[in-house]
Design a protein around this ligand. Structure first.
Ligand SMILES: NC(=O)c1ccc[n+]([C@@H]2O[C@H](COP(=O)([O-])OP(=O)(O)OC[C@H]3O[C@@H](n4cnc5c(N)ncnc54)[C@H](OP(=O)(O)O)[C@@H]3O)[C@@H](O)[C@H]2O)c1
Length: 239
């Protein structure tokens, strides 16, 4: 299958969490800086984020106002904004139900190149939402009926956007969805030397209720590199 090289790149606590109080500890700062710098090691053309992560860090909230007249609009087929595609750098937003709100099809984050938003939808979305996305110039791809078809998505990203190098940066449900389908080529963990004992924060990988159970997945170590501030960079391939 045609697909990009996929790396899952995450900042974690010593207890394997990707969210929670450890983020605010001063001892996490060097790891947090290294996490940003090490992104460049992989030169990704695109980064995939899950719905929760999009809401907290990239979208402009949820539940956009949809015009009723929009209901007569587009069929449920992929839409590519040629101007957005030409940018060559993308934020891929997993939004199976079509709930995210955006003020532009371009997202600019400090220290990162401007990126075109590609929404990833399932058949559950309304045509009014498609019309909303088209008005914003946001490209969208269909991948699955209710659950995301991660394999189909990667094929479409390779074929329609010519993406060769892709980063997945969670959260945990997103990361596990791609891992259990055998679609991750490398796992890159930047570990902060901090634990917070949180029992409810999200871990690197989380099995969602809507996905079938899967047996444990093993990795092989590519590299272990100590970083400033007692942080550690671990790179794993999949066995
Ligand atoms: N430390 C780091 O490097 C890092 C990086 C990124 C994020 N984070 C943290 O991760 C946390 C979010 O993690 P999360 O696991 O809760 O959320 P997530 O992976 O960001 O998103 C989960 C949601 O995405 C949708 N989704 C993901 N995979 C799907 C699939 N295969 N099929 C259908 N829908 C799918 C579902 O939306 P619906 O529920 O709408 O169906 C699901 O509830 C945040 O707290 C964020 O701060 C940390």
């Amino acid at each position: 299958m045609k697909k990009p090289f996929v790396v899952c790149h995450m900042l974690t606590s010593l207890d394997g969490k990707i969210d929670g109080a450890f983020f605010d500890a001063p001892e996490t700062t060097p790891a947090s800086k290294a996490y940003g710098t090490l992104r460049e090691h992989y030169s990704p053309q695109a980064t995939i984020y899950g719905t929760t992560t999009m809401i907290s860090s990239y979208a402009d909230g949820t539940s956009p106002t949809l015009s009723l007249s929009d209901d007569t609009s587009p069929e449920k087929a992929d839409f590519v904004n040629p101007q957005g595609k030409a940018m060559g750098n993308y934020i891929i937003s997993l939004d199976p139900k079509g709930i995210l709100k955006f003020s532009s099809h371009i997202i600019e984050k400090k220290g990162r190149p401007a990126a075109h938003v590609i929404e990833v939808l399932t058949e559950q979305v309304s045509t009014a939402y498609l019309s909303y996305l088209q008005k914003q110039g946001i490209s969208y791809l269909f991948a699955g009926e209710k659950c995301l078809d991660c394999k189909l998505l990667l094929r479409k990203l390779a074929e329609q956007f010519e993406i060769k190098r892709l980063m997945i940066a969670g959260g945990g449900i997103t990361n596990w969805s791609f891992l259990q389908d055998g679609l991750i080529d490398e796992l890159s963990l930047v570990i902060a030397p901090v634990a917070d004992g949180n029992t409810s924060a999200v871990s690197i990988f989380e099995q969602a209720d809507f996905l079938p159970q899967h047996k444990p997945i093993a990795f092989r170590l590519i590299e272990a590199k100590p970083l400033d501030g007692s942080a550690l960079w671990l790179r794993y391939g999949i066995i």
